[in-house]
Ligand binder design. Structure first.
Ligand code: HSE
Length: 439
């Protein structure tokens, strides 16, 4: 172990699951970290909402700050680790103050990076301060490092994956137990997977934050969270899971981005989060429970699959401390792989031009003529039907579900058909469209 260099002195803001995980990891692997980093990593100060709370780790050996932004001003701190969360507010103030003071910033805050990553990386570069956020995307999976370093020689054109463990846990539990969405969500909350307010997990926002960060780093495009088309899993019913299974698919909340120009609109950026049908046997079909996975396609390496725990104290702490080791070694590099100014603004893709097969589920009143109305809307919109399935019937004219699989076709045609059918009084809910992922 080298003892020649001065330790890297860190301060931790936020002592929840991840913050205490970071302390535990540094305590338990300190010799190994010093050896690999070439210098010790030493916690100097901590800050959290509550000082006196049982956390399972002793914190009285560190300096305490009631006001976490004070950590940015401490002369004895080289790097601040921000684990508070929230896109704005105190986390953003701390991040700006830390980088402005020329100190390093390590954060797990995907919302803040998705909204302000460009500004923060410009600030970091202007101050010569390292900025790193491996833990912000897919928890313990070293995906940013994997793309920035391991796959650096490739032109990456497409990436997609399961980026939210809570949503995946809910879909897996609906799959295993035949439970409806609300029941599976309640179970996820009871087991501690979902937050008390799981809004961002369910409605796709959390996955969209992570996707926009990945896309910027992978494609060298300017971070563009606002252009991610985001859909959640709350409209997926147990019946969809059963129907998908009968057709040979599972349902996953897939975050996907590409910049391959294959839509014929040049180098435009497509970013989308949406429940999709994934063929059984596809790598993403095996991603169950709270696991995350990312598939990245490079022009020389081919298809890469990264898989692992997307949340939790140990995995997230592992990613945070990996960033600290990079900073201790002086090898952190640019946050988005290239300088913030070199990231190119990319126009958002014309989503309507995207082609593929789709699953569409209709919830309709069991009346004569309803199927004819659906097929007429498809005909008038140019959607070619591969199969149409209606099972069971409702005696009193109540709701029945109709599932359709389309042939390959343009997304805009499906959108037009759905718009027509949304005006029909025979539909008891908006049709749910889920793209079918290719093999
Ligand atoms: N809430 C996230 C998820 C974990 O469920 O995947 C942290 O990013």
């Amino acid at each position: 172990m080298s003892t020649e260099k001065t330790p890297l002195r860190i301060a931790i803001a936020g002592l929840g699951t991840v913050g205490t995980g970071v302390i535990r990891l540094i305590d338990s692997n300190s010799d190994l970290l010093a050896e690999r980093a070439g210098r010790a990593i030493e916690i100097v100060a901590v800050s959290a909402r509550e000082r006196h709370r049982e956390r399972g780790v002793a914190i009285d050996r560190f300096a305490w700050e009631d006001d976490m932004t004070a950590m940015a001003r401490r002369d004895d701190v080289d790097v601040v680790v921000e684990l508070v969360g929230g896109s704005d507010g105190p986390a953003l103030t701390l991040a700006r103050d830390t980088l402005s003071a020329g100190k390093g910033l390590v954060t797990a805050n995907k919302a803040m990076i998705a909204h302000h990553g460009l500004e923060l990386s410009r600030l970091a570069e202007s101050k010569g301060a390292p900025l790193a956020f491996e833990a912000a995307v897919a928890g313990g999976i070293p995906i940013l490092k994997g793309l920035r370093e391991g796959a650096v020689a490739n032109r990456l054109t497409r990436l997609y994956g399961v980026l939210n463990g809570t949503a995946n846990f809910i879909l897996s539990s609906m799959e295993e137990k035949g439970a409806d969405f609300a029941v599976a969500l309640e179970e996820a909350q009871r087991l501690g997977y979902a937050e008390a307010d799981p809004g961002f997990d369910i409605d796709g926002t959390d996955a969209a934050h992570k996707l926009s960060i990945l896309a910027a780093l992978a494609f060298g495009s300017e971070l563009d969270y606002a252009s991610v088309a985001t859909h959640g899993i709350d409209r997926v019913r147990a019946a969809d899971i059963v129907q998908a299974d009968a057709l040979g698919y599972v349902i996953r909340l897939v975050a996907m981005a590409d910049m391959d120009g294959s839509r014929g609109d040049g180098a435009s950026l497509m970013q989308e989060v949406r429940p999709c049908l994934v063929p059984r046997g596809h790598p993403l079909s095996h991603v169950t429970g709270a696991t995350n996975a990312v598939v990245a396609e490079g022009n020389f390496v081919g298809r890469l699959l990264f898989q692992g725990a997307g949340a939790g104290d140990g995995p997230t702490a592992s990613a945070v401390v990996a960033d600290l080791v990079d900073i201790a070694r002086g090898t952190a590099g640019h946050a988005f792989s290239i300088t913030a100014d070199a990231l190119s603004p990319s126009p958002a893709a014309d989503r309507g031009a995207r082609t593929g097969r789709n699953y569409i589920r209709f919830a309709v009143k069991d009346r004569t003529g309803v199927l004819a109305e659906i097929t007429a809307a498809m005909r008038d919109s140019g959607v070619s039907i591969e199969s149409l399935i209606q099972k069971g019937r409702s005696d009193n004219g109540g709701e029945v579900l109709v599932a359709m699989v389309t042939h390959d076709g343009e997304w805009r045609c499906v959108e037009q058909a759905v718009e027509i059918l949304n005006r029909s009084e025979d539909h008891t809910a908006e049709p749910l469209v889920m793209p079918i992922l290719g093999a």
